[in-house]
Design a protein around this ligand. Structure first.
Ligand SMILES: O=C(O)/C=C/c1cccc(O)c1O
Ligand code: FE2
Length: 313
């Protein structure tokens, strides 16, 4: 077995909210399953399809995809703040391979990645997101305009094709989703100060960051109490998406549209684009089976929260 997949939701509220103990236990048990899966597979490389939440990518230059040749954790919400272990030459080769297949992408020699990319790596490796070599790949999941989901599928497939012939244990990791609508400003409805932040908010002051995080934590508290003015989680939408993942027919992702996702699953449901990329990458290596699936809608975490693993047949 030379390629495998782990996709999981993330939430910065894992450490900042207080769901019922039974929910916490269920989530922690799913993390233990993920850890066991990764320990057994023992990847030599993690290909990390991650979103960003205006910590590393802003409207001054917003690509649909970006391969990091080097990457550093921003430490938002106390997430990993340090250099990731990126094999630079391999990142260069991957970028060229994908571009040669007529899929344009950006590259960064100094990419900044936030909790969306590093949290799964921290969960898997006792807080150390640099424990294994990783190729970080940003997939825009928050900032319009969005490329069609079919484009994300093709991008993922091109990444998968790069690894398909290689004798190397590669884990495709997708981080995010499913339905959720945390209080991240939308450019179209943002005020002037928010627009400035969305455009040029890199390296915020400690005070600004603390305020932003406190707002998310307070929104989660209200959401759990039924008082927040955000779009509700959508378990039906989440389960339908998980069905496409387990079907093995990744063209099924193409039917998703940005407008419908915003309206029915919330403005951050676009994070499933990381899952689309990861599943599509695995499908390019062969037919696969989903071997584990966990799902719970968890308002305290503002997340349709899922963890899945998959292996090649
Ligand atoms: O504040 C942010 O940037 C994002 C918060 C958040 C909350 C819940 C689920 C997620 O996936 C998030 O990124
Ligand atoms: Fe997120």
């Amino acid at each position: 077995m030379t390629q495998a997949l782990l996709c999981m939701s993330h939430s910065p509220l894992l450490e900042h909210a207080d769901p019922p103990a039974e929910v916490v236990d269920a989530v922690q048990a799913s993390f233990e399953q993920a850890r066991t899966f990764v320990r057994d597979f023992d990847p030599e490389l993690v290909v990390n399809f991650g979103p960003d939440h205006y910590n590393g990518f802003f409207y001054d230059l917003m690509p649909p995809f970006c391969v990091g040749y080097r990457a550093h954790g921003t430490g938002d919400y106390d997430s990993f703040a340090g250099d990731l272990d990126v094999p630079e030459q391999l990142a260069e080769e991957l970028a060229q391979f994908v571009i040669d297949r007529e899929i344009d992408l950006a590259i960064s020699r100094r990419m900044e990645v936030d909790h969306g990319a590093v949290q799964p790596m921290e969960i898997l490796h006792d807080g150390n997101a640099a424990a294994r070599p990783v190729l970080p790949i940003f997939v825009n999941s928050v900032a319009r305009p969005f490329v069609p989901v079919s484009r994300v599928r093709k991008f993922g497939q091109a990444v998968g094709e790069f690894f398909a012939g290689q004798d190397k244990r590669v884990l495709f990791l997708g981080s995010g989703g499913l339905s959720h609508d945390p209080p991240v400003p939308q450019f179209a409805t943002a005020n002037d100060a928010q627009r400035e932040f969305l455009t040029a908010g890199r390296h915020p002051s400690a005070e600004f960051r603390a305020q932003r995080q406190a707002n998310t934590i307070e929104t989660a508290r209200k959401f759990a109490a039924g008082e927040a003015d955000i779009i509700d989680l959508n378990p039906d939408w989440d389960r339908a998406f998980l069905k496409v993942c387990s079907s093995g027919k990744v063209e099924g992702f193409d039917a998703y549209t940005a407008d419908d996702m915003d309206a029915t699953a919330g403005h951050s449901s676009h994070e499933v684009r990381t899952w689309v990329a990861a599943y599509s990458a695995l499908s390019a290596c062969g037919e696969y089976d989903v071997t584990y699936e966990f799902y719970r809608p968890i308002r305290e975490y503002i997340a349709g929260f899922a963890v899945t693993t998959a292996v090649l047949r």
